[in-house]
Ligand binder design. Structure first.
Ligand SMILES: [Zn+2]
Length: 219
């Protein structure tokens, strides 16, 4: 659950960042994790290995992007984290990573279409792939905000993936599911043409997947 205690939130961000490594979703210093905090957020610092990360290194960033403690450097992707919170007031955590299969698809500018019913877990008929922009740029933040306006996850062309949740646990689990869907879709593409669910099937899956999504959100 998302906590209202800052020390507990810092601990949870560290646990989530380490889980990215443990689940094979990121390596070395790639990826970043944040939780909404007031009008701003708590976010992992720039260039710090997660196995060496401590709760006091988590950076508190105001809603205008300024850093509360001078000299602290938030993740280079702080702009798209803030943009995601602005775009989705109903979500409280963001996980970004370069998980290998999601990134393979993103590097070929592919979305994940409705080849499997679980794709609808992100909130619609696909998991879109937003256009490339320089890492850390305001342009990338604009693309991410658009990609997440009606989805809880999207791929970033030539970059990776980003997932939202009502809690850090939910955002991490969604990033994990997106990576698994990408792995299976990649494998299906190797077998040949991949047929997709039709509009009615997608619509029914979207309706029924809500219970599953609620389960993740409660975890
Ligand atoms: Zn990245």
């Amino acid at each position: 659950m998302t906590t209202t205690n800052e020390d507990a939130a810092r601990d949870e961000i560290v646990r989530t960042a380490r889980a990215l490594h443990a689940r094979g979703l990121s390596v070395a210093t790639t990826g970043n994790v944040s939780q909404r905090w007031g009008a701003g957020m708590l976010i992992t610092p720039s260039g710090t290995r997660y196995d060496a990360l401590t709760p006091d290194q988590i950076v508190l960033v105001r809603g205008d992007g300024s850093v509360v403690e001078p000299g602290r450097r938030p993740s280079s992707e702080w702009r798209f984290h803030l943009a995601a919170y602005d775009a989705r007031p109903d979500r409280a955590a963001v996980v970004h990573c370069h998980s290998p299969h999601a990134t393979m698809l993103a590097c070929t500018r592919r979305a994940i279409p409705a080849f499997h019913y679980l794709v609808t877990i992100a909130g619609g008929e696909d998991i879109p792939c937003v256009p490339y922009a320089d890492f850390g740029s305001p342009e990338l933040a604009t693309h991410v905000a658009a990609g997440l306006a009606e989805r809880d996850a999207c791929l970033l062309a030539h970059h990776g993936q980003v997932a939202l949740g009502r809690s850090l646990t939910a955002a991490l689990d969604l990033a994990w599911i997106v990576e698994d869907l990408a792995r299976v879709y990649h494998g299906a593409l190797l077998l040949g043409e991949v047929p997709l669910l039709d509009a009615d099937q997608v619509s029914r899956a979207c309706e029924r997947i809500g219970h599953y999504r609620d389960g993740i959100d409660r975890s």
